[in-house]
Each structure stands twice: as C-alpha cells, then as structure tokens.
Write a protein that binds this ligand. Structure first.
Ligand code: KIV
Ligand code: ZN
Length: 526
C-alpha cells in the first residue's frame, strides 16, 4: 500500500465539525452507522463528537467508543475541566481513545471571545493537556484560528503543550482564510520552530470558506503535515471542511507527485458519501469531485467518443476505484439471495451482518413484487432502512387519506406506541400530507415545527419508490432549538412522507430519553 511513501493520517470529523453544520444533525443510531462506515473506510481517527455539548453527544461518543476497535475515537473538549471530565467519561470504553483539546491563539479570539491574555491562554492550554494526559495517552491540541495567529506564538504554544504531553498539535485554518502557498509556509514555519516536534504529529484542519480547503490541506501535506482533518462530502461549519474523498483521491491519483498515501480503502468512498448524504438529508452537489452524480458522466459527444475508445482520454480515475459500481445486471423479482448479496458487495456494503442481510433480502423481495426492476439506488435505500435503526417509539400502523380539488384534505393516521397501545386520529389539512402530519402531532402531543420537506424519487421510472426527506425543529433538553431529520421510502409518496415524519419524531424521542438519563448536562456556551 505505501511503497515506501509517507502515510498521511486521516482524522475524520464528519460526526463533530460536520454534524455541527446547519441541517446536518444525526441521531445516535445514525452516528453509529456512519462511525462503522468510517472504520471500514480505514480512517485513523474518528472524531465522534463534543461530549460536553449535549447529553446526546455524550451518549453517541460513548456508544461509538464502545464499538469501534480499529480506528482511534476522539472526543472534542474545550480547555475546561468539566469538558475534559465529560470526554474521559465518554471515552471510557474506547480501544484507542483520543482527547482533542482546543483553545484559540489569535488575538481577535483572545481579546473578544476568550477575554484572555496570551499568557493566560498558554497556561490554560498546558494545564488542560496535563489533565487530559493524566488519563489518556493520546492527546491532541488544536490552536483554534491558528492561521490568523502570530506564528511565533503558535510555535511557543505548541512547544509548551508537547512538553506537557500532547501527541498531536493541530494548526487549523478555522475561518478558511489562508491561501495555499501561504498556509504551506505557515505550516513549515511553525513546524520547524516548535521545540519537541519529533515527539508529536503535525495536523491541519481547514475550512472551505473560499473553496480552498482541499488545496490548502494538500499544500500543508507538501509542507510536512502528518495528519489531515476532513469530513465526508466536505460537510461542516459554514462552507464546510476539507473533503476526505478529495484529499484521499488527490494523493492516490497523483501518487508520484505527492509521494504520500493514506490507509483509506478508496472503494468505500462512494458508499460512505451516500450514507452521510442519506442520514443528514443533505444532497451532494452533482458536480462534486469524486462522489458527485456527474463525477464520471461524459455528456459531450467528443468526450463520449474518447472514453469509448480509451477511458483514460477523459478519466483520471475509474468509477470502480471510488466504489461506484458499473454493474449492469438487472435485479428483479426472479433474482435470488445470491445475486442480491453479490450486488451489495459490488456497491461496497461488505460489513452487513446476517440480520441486516435477512432484512434487506425480505424488503428486496417485497419491493420486487411492486416494481419491475430494482435499481442500485433502490438497494441503497433498502440498506439504509435496515442499518440505521432509530428506536421506534412510534410506528406507523395504518393511514388513509382523501383529497380533492374542492375540499380540504383529510387524513387518518394510526400509530403504535412502543410503550403500549394504538393511537388514531383524523385531521383536516392543506393537502393530505399536511393533514397527516397534523394528525401525528395530535397523537404524539407535540407541536413539532416543519423546517423543510422534500419529495423525490429514488430512481427515474414511473413505478419508482418515492423518497421523502423531512427536517423538523424541536427544542432539545438543553434548551437549544435543533433540526431533526427523517427519511421515508415507499412506493406511495404519502406513505413515504408519513414514514419520514415519524422517523424524525422518533429521533427526538430517542434523544429526550437519553437526556432523561443524563440530566446533569447544562446547555453549552462557547
Ligand atoms: O475549525 C476549527 O478550528 C475547529 C477546531 C475545534 C479544531 O474545528
Ligand atoms: Zn473546524
């Protein structure tokens, strides 16, 4: 794999910086599923969350820490004792725990946000690293807003935290402000002016505000960075973070240029991208490098001609190398378990256990009865349904709707309550979906507010499955208004909408019950 090349560590922060982005929230089960996928991708570090920020985050970091064995699991903490204690609690079961501390070094952050002098900052950083090292061998320190800080001060802080026991120091371009050659020079300067650098890894973490996150991360690798922090699909605060798939494939495709590689199994990149897009409900732009719908589509006649003659005329990497299957065998009602399992493998779903395979197979059979051809996208949707399992506090039992051009729509919905009993109600509404959602609000006794609602189809045919993506707003138990996602798939679009709405409500119910278990957590103020 390495052929004597430098191996760049991949630190994935999809579940922390990615999840922090508006509309990208995931529930505990969804985070676990993404963490499993990141482990099968081969990432070195999974930043699982920010345990002190909410009971849900603490619960998901602990759950992931207890299950992931091959990647390190990191918990983000401010340089505050209670945060570090929450990190310790969350990582108790981790095979390879990492505490990730951050404190800003730029004068604008010190003066206006932290209200600290540089000396106080340095003292706090050192004390926090020492506290974290008292129970964890792997401690990363991030100098937030490093690229807009005095590089000599950052080098001084890095020297001190390495002396205190930090094993990785991270130089973030928090605001996405740096230019590639400038960032490379800063990385080189700080790295060479940090005392004890041979005892720690040098990491970079870049935001994409000017569309330069991948370029800056690669420039930093050229300047000696050992670790890149990134997210699947580049999701993250504001314009996002460095996109994992872009950095990994740039190193792979231009191996001789960089002389560096990663441990990532690139054939898992596309399935990972699809999974993150599905669980967050955030679509990948069609022209997104590596994983976009059009990344390997050749439309112009002259391009098609070239590709037919020799793919290398217009393709610098193959779709298969990033896990995009080019399998044209049609699956339908006569296809058996073997054919389905084979297709699942081609699509990159190599880690499904027997229970999941059974569930996908029985859903596949049910779908093949309704639909002539079961497409790869249908199969992805089935896997999604079988693997992301939000506890079903509420389950759809039956529904009925009536709508016409002249009258208000009316919907009746009956839900099964996992705590016992069936609850049914009828509601009028501005269309059958609005009526059904209002009926559900009545049943659950919550006035859940709609943030966004999208209806689409999984594939292009007229008998395609409808896919509904629902985002609802609800105030979590720490008093923060948050967005919760739900996704539903059915051959009937009304049913897909109802299922999506119920899934979002179940995510709220799951977090409410986690919160009741950990009531001591107060809302976070940064
Ligand atoms: O962007 C940033 O500086 C961060 C730090 C917490 C690493 O996300
Ligand atoms: Zn960040």
């Amino acid at each position: 794999m390495s052929d004597g090349k430098r191996i760049i560590r991949i630190f994935d922060t999809t579940l922390r910086d990615g999840e922090q982005a508006p509309g990208c929230s995931m529930n505990v089960q969804e985070k676990l599923e993404v963490a499993r996928k990141l482990e099968s991708l081969g990432v070195d570090v999974i930043e699982a969350g920010f345990p002190a920020s909410s009971p849900g985050d603490l619960e998901s970091v602990s759950l992931i820490a207890g299950i992931i064995k091959n990647s390190s699991v990191a918990a983000l903490c401010r340089c505050v004792e209670s945060d570090i204690e929450a990190g310790k609690k969350a990582l108790k079961l981790a095979a390879h725990p990492r505490i990730h501390l951050f404190l800003a070094t730029s004068s604008i952050h010190l003066e206006y946000k932290l209200k600290m002098t540089p000396e106080q900052m340095l003292k706090t950083a050192v004390a926090s690293v020492k506290l974290a090292r008292s129970f964890c061998d792997d401690v990363e320190f991030s100098a937030e807003d490093a690229s807009r800080s005095d590089p000599d001060f950052v080098a001084k802080v890095f020297s001190a935290v390495i002396e205190a026991g930090a094993t990785t120091v991270n130089f973030p371009d928090t605001t996405g402000y740096a230019m590639p050659d400038e960032y490379a020079k800063l990385v080189n300067y700080v790295k060479t002016h940090t005392i004890g650098m041979e005892k720690a890894a040098f990491s970079v973490h870049v935001h994409n505000d000017l569309g330069l996150a991948t370029a800056n991360s690669l420039a930093a690798i050229g300047a000696g960075a050992d670790q890149v922090e990134c997210t699947i699909n580049g999701i993250g605060e504001r314009a996002g973070n460095t996109s994992l798939e872009e950095v990994v494939m740039a190193l792979k495709v231009r191996a001789s240029y960089w002389g560096a590689d990663t441990k990532i199994d690139t054939t898992q990149l596309y399935p990972a991208s699809r999974l993150v897009s599905k669980v967050t409900g955030v679509k990948v732009q069609p022209n997104k490098a590596v994983v976009g719908e059009n990344a390997f589509a050749h439309e112009a006649g002259i391009h098609q001609h070239g590709v037919l003659a020799n793919r290398a005329t217009y393709e610098i990497m193959s779709p298969e190398s990033v896990g995009i299957a080019q399998n044209m065998m049609v699956l339908g009602k006569h296809s058996g378990r073997h054919a389905l399992e084979d297709r699942l493998k081609t699509l990159g779903y190599t880690t499904l256990d027997q229970k999941m395979l059974d569930s996908v197979f029985s859903q596949f059979k049910a779908l093949a009865d309704k639909k002539k051809v079961v497409s790869d996208k249908d199969i992805e949707a089935l896997v999604q349904g079988a693997t992301v399992t939000t506890p079903e506090t509420w389950k759809l039992d039956r529904w009925l709707t009536n709508a016409s051009s002249n009258e208000s729509a009316i919907s009746a919905v009956r839900l099964e309550d996992a705590r016992g009993g069936l609850r049914e109600t009828v509601h009028f509404g501005n269309g059958c979906i609005d009526a059904a959602f209002s009926a559900i609000n009545d049943i659950i006794g919550k006035d859940v507010r709609m943030e966004s609602f999208e209806l689409g189809s999984i594939s292009g045919e007229s008998d395609a499955q409808g896919e509904a993506l629902v985002k609802v707003k609800w105030t979590d138990c720490s008093g923060k208004e948050r967005v919760w996602n739900g996704r539903g798939v059915s051959t009937n679009i009304v049913e897909s909408a109802i299922k999506a709405y119920i899934q979002a409500i179940n995510a709220i119910e799951a977090e409410t019950s986690a919160c009741n278990k950990n009531p001591e957590f107060a809302p976070l103020s940064c």
